[in-house]
Design a protein. Structure first.
Length: 301
C-alpha cells in the first residue's frame, strides 16, 4: 500500500518504474486526465453557451407573455361591455327626461294651467312622477324662476339625465282648458268645458274629432260653442276628423277669449267614461283636450 500511494502521485518517467509499477502509474494517469478538465476545455465557448437552456428560457418567456396577454384581454372585455351599457342607459335616461317635459306640457295644457301659480300643481304627488318601462321620470316646477326640471333615470342603474327649461312659454299659446273644470250636465248626456285662446292672434276652428271609453255604445249628436250649434248629426267613438255642420260653419276664438263648449250624446254616459276631444283650425293645427285625465269620472255641473 505504501508503494501504491507513492506511485499514484508520482510523475516519474517510465524508465524509473518497474513493469507492474508502470501499469499502475498508467492507470492512475488516465483517471487523472479523465476527471481533470483541460485548460482549453474550461475556456471553450460551447460550455458557456448551452443552446438547450436558451430554448427553455425562450419558452418560459413566451408562456409568460401569453398569460399576460390573456389576462389583459380578460380584463378589457368586461370593461368594454360595462362602458357600452353606460352609453345605452345614458341615452335611455335622456329620452325619459324629454318624455317628462312633454308630459308636463300636455298635463298642464289639459288642466288649463297657464300661470306660474297654477303650474305648481305639477309638483303634486301622483302627478310629478311616472314609470315608463325600465325607467322613470320625475318633474318639478319652480314658479319663482319659471323653470321646469325633468329627471330621467333607469331603474337599478346610476345613470340619469336632467333637462331644465323655461316652461310657461310651452303652455301659453293656442287653446287651453280653463276653469270651471269639465263637468256633466245633468243627466249625463252633455259634457261642458271651457277653452281659452292664450295666444296673440285669433283662431278659426273648422272641424273636430272625439273619442270616449265604451261600453256602453254611445253616439255624439251635437256640439255647441257659446250656445251656438256647430255640429248636428251622428258621430261614433273615434270616428276621425269631421267638419262642423252645416258646411262652412266655423268658430272664431279671439285672442284672450274664453268660450263654453257643450258636447251632447244620445244617451247617458258612464260616470267614469273619459272623453278626449280635438278641434282643428283653418290651417289644420290640432288642439286636444282630455276632459278627464285622471280617469275618475267628471263631476256634475
Amino acid at each position: 500500500m505504501k508503494i501504491f500511494r507513492i506511485l499514484l502521485f508520482c510523475h516519474c518517467e517510465r524508465s524509473c518504474l518497474s513493469g507492474r509499477a508502470w501499469q499502475s502509474h498508467f492507470a492512475n494517469s488516465r483517471l487523472l486526465r479523465r476527471f481533470t478538465p483541460r485548460k482549453d476545455a474550461l475556456l471553450s465557448p460551447s460550455l458557456l453557451i448551452n443552446t438547450k437552456g436558451i430554448s427553455v428560457l425562450f419558452l418560459v418567456i413566451a408562456m409568460l407573455l401569453m398569460v399576460t396577454i390573456g389576462y389583459v384581454f380578460s380584463y378589457l372585455i368586461p370593461t368594454k361591455q360595462k362602458t357600452i351599457s353606460f352609453a345605452i342607459h345614458s341615452n335611455q335616461a335622456f329620452y325619459l327626461s324629454q318624455s317628462g317635459v312633454e308630459y308636463a306640457v300636455r298635463f298642464a295644457t289639459d288642466q288649463g294651467w297657464t300661470t306660474s301659480a297654477s303650474l305648481l300643481g305639477l309638483n303634486a304627488p301622483g302627478v310629478n312622477q311616472r314609470n315608463l318601462g325600465r325607467g322613470s321620470f320625475t318633474i318639478s316646477y319652480n314658479n319663482l324662476t319659471d323653470k321646469l326640471t325633468s329627471i330621467g333615470q333607469i331603474l337599478n342603474a346610476s345613470e340619469r339625465r336632467i333637462i331644465i327649461s323655461n316652461f310657461t312659454a310651452f303652455v301659453s299659446t293656442g287653446l287651453i282648458l280653463v276653469t270651471p273644470a269639465p263637468c256633466w250636465v245633468n243627466p249625463r248626456t252633455v259634457a261642458r268645458f271651457y277653452i281659452k285662446n292664450v295666444g296673440s292672434s285669433d283662431i278659426t276652428l273648422t272641424s273636430f274629432s272625439a273619442s270616449w271609453r265604451e261600453p256602453p255604445v254611445r253616439t255624439l249628436t251635437n256640439i255647441l260653442m257659446d250656445g251656438v250649434p256647430k255640429f248636428g248629426g251622428t258621430y261614433s267613438n273615434g270616428g276621425g276628423g269631421r267638419n262642423f255642420t252645416p258646411p262652412g260653419t266655423t268658430q272664431i276664438v279671439n285672442a284672450n277669449q274664453t268660450i263654453m263648449v257643450n258636447m251632447g250624446w244620445n244617451q247617458n254616459i258612464s260616470p267614469n267614461c273619459s272623453t278626449i276631444v280635438s278641434f282643428f283650425d283653418s290651417s289644420g293645427k290640432e288642439y286636444t283636450f282630455n276632459l278627464d285625465p285622471e280617469g275618475d269620472g267628471l263631476p256634475n255641473c
